[in-house]
Design a protein around this ligand. Structure first.
Ligand code: GRF
Length: 215
């Protein structure tokens, strides 16, 4: 059983997938609190419906990125959660935050990292006529959409795909991949040591992490 804090900024469909996996008992975890940087994030309602405590930390109340991140750190430190789960949290975290929770911050990104960090991943995948696309769960380091990869789920780009169709299919994969990887962490099948992911028997994960067995 692992304790999680989930950070969101918007819709919260990944948060909902985690809540559902916990209800279905396919994820042995508890969400201690959900924190949003936006008071209007739809995901806050999803958390409230699931009786999970929520908090809003509004950047407008802080002078700098660093003072915001220090406040966020001070909110999270006493909770001693096993992992901090970024689920559509649209802020870059400063080193002061990252270093306080080294090896404990996870992110999900809609591309096969290290390809296509940043925004508009689906558009760029189509422009470049890629044959494969997907989603990645990774540990967070100081750079954007970067850090050791825990797992990826892949799909084939189809001839008639649009950015919108790809976005929908990748999002469905995200909803499977995030609970899957968190459950591997909960069971001890993935172990984080000194900020690096290993298998249960001590082998370092490959650079692509584990492959979600959807195909
Ligand atoms: C997802 O596509 C996630 O990969 C990205 O932001 C989006 C969040 O969606 N980081 P939601 O708020 O979980 O619905």
């Amino acid at each position: 059983m692992i304790n999680l804090v989930v950070l969101i900024s918007g819709r919260g469909s990944n948060l909902q997938a985690l809540i559902q996996a916990i209800i279905n008992r396919t994820l042995d975890a508890s969400i201690l609190t959900v924190i949003s940087n936006r008071p209007d994030a739809m995901g806050l309602k999803l958390a409230e419906t699931a009786h999970i405590p929520t908090q809003v930390l509004n950047p407008a109340d802080y002078a700098t990125r660093e003072t915001y991140d220090i406040a966020l750190r001070d909110l999270l430190l006493p909770l001693q959660s096993d992992f901090i789960v970024l689920a559509g949290f649209m802020r870059i975290l400063s080193p002061v935050f990252i270093h306080s929770f080294a090896g404990k911050i996870l992110n999900i990104h809609p591309s096969l990292l290290p390809h296509y960090p940043g925004l508009q991943t689906h558009e760029r995948v189509l422009q470049n006529r890629e044959l494969s696309h997907g989603a990645t769960v990774h540990l967070v380091d100081e750079h954007l959409d970067s850090g050791p990869i825990l797992g990826q789920a892949k799909l084939s780009v189809l001839a008639n795909d649009t950015a919108s169709l790809l976005q929908q299919r990748v999002l469905q994969l995200e909803h499977q991949l995030y609970p899957y990887i968190l459950q591997l962490l909960a069971k001890g099948d993935i172990v984080i040591k000194a900020g690096q992911p290993y298998t249960r028997d001590g082998h370092k994960l490959s650079p692509q992490g584990l492959h979600y067995p959807n195909r």
